[in-house]
Design a protein around this ligand. Structure first.
Ligand code: SF4
Length: 294
């Protein structure tokens, strides 16, 4: 596959991509690369459950968050190439392990290839598309009918912050349009009798150090744009990764006071959702990117 000028993600960098060359901002060629395929227990309870979520961690990224906890694969591009047919076989292997769902982590820059895999084999368990909220609606439409659950981030209400921390222009407007498309595709949330997710969209927001204002305004934006359709997962697990230890505002975990302020807004806004325990912050949520299961 050759893409002369890639416009798949909102960055629209126009990079040249073929089977060997990843000439765009994300650095991804047209062949998928993955760093780990294995049961994962670090997601929300309705996703990880007791048997784990069948996570596929894709290499490279169209965002470049300086605090990324998967820095070595998102920025560094560590991983191994995999064809669409091979990935479809991996879905079957994960399913046979008894995981609750297939969890496609950060695959925005590979959407056409992921579509090919899902057309070859649509798992009988829910398929989750786990992403940064920085997607184009028209690209997401390629996944319509193939993805059961969207798990987007809504990272910022402040575009300047999005540009500084993630190199992403027009993040807020883009995330709103992307999540609108996700909600249109999945409809209302549905869970099975054990509380495991079957269908729907959960909007994640990670609270950052010195980020209280950003978080409060993000929750307000979510409420304003999506109203009662929104289901939020508020995350407290921030720990300095990637370039964050060298950054004066990102080099620490969040404080109890910061998190409480955001929690207060979540309750005041009457948004439906989850809030992670503050004690969840730490590196134990980060799996080893050692090609397990690839
Ligand atoms: S997916 Fe990669 S190459 Fe394509 S527009 Fe986005 S950053 Fe550029």
């Amino acid at each position: 596959m050759i893409i002369e000028s890639c416009n798949l993600c909102p960055r629209e960098c126009g990079g040249y991509r073929d089977n060997n060359i990843g000439g765009g901002f994300c650095g991804a060629s047209t062949v998928m690369k993955v760093a780990r395929i294995a049961p994962h227990y670090g997601e929300e309870p309705c996703i990880s459950g007791e048997k784990g979520s069948g996570a596929v961690f894709f290499s490279h990224c169209a965002m470049k968050c300086i605090f990324c906890q998967n820095y070595e694969i998102s920025h560094g591009g560590f991983g191994k190439e995999i064809t669409s047919a091979q990935l479809a076989e991996k879905f079957k292997e994960l399913e046979a392990m008894g995981v609750h769902n297939i969890n496609l982590v950060n695959g925005t820059h590979y959407i056409p290839r992921i579509r090919e895999s899902l057309l070859l084999y649509k798992p009988k368990i829910p398929v989750i598309f786990n992403c940064g909220g920085y997607e184009k609606a028209e690209s997401l439409r390629l996944l319509s009918g193939l993805v059961d659950v969207y798990l987007p981030d809504f990272k910022y209400s402040d575009d300047k912050m999005a540009l500084e921390y993630s190199g992403a222009k027009n993040y807020c407007e883009t995330a709103i349009k992307a999540i609108d498309e996700m909600l249109a595709q999945t409809g209302d949330l549905r869970f099975d009798d054990n509380g495991m997710i079957l269908q729907g969209t959960i909007i994640r927001h990670l609270v950052l150090p010195f980020g209280t204002k950003n978080s409060i305004n993000t929750l307000k934006l979510i409420k304003e744009h999506f109203g009662n359709r929104a289901f939020v997962s508020l995350m407290a697990q921030y720990t300095p990764c990637g370039k964050a230890p060298e950054h004066k505002r990102l080099n620490r975990k969040i404080t109890k006071r910061e998190y409480q302020k955001v929690l207060d807004e979540l309750f005041d806004s009457e948004l439906d959702g989850y809030a992670q325990e503050l004690e969840s912050s730490g590196a134990e949520f980060i799996p080893a990117f050692d090609l397990t299961g690839v």
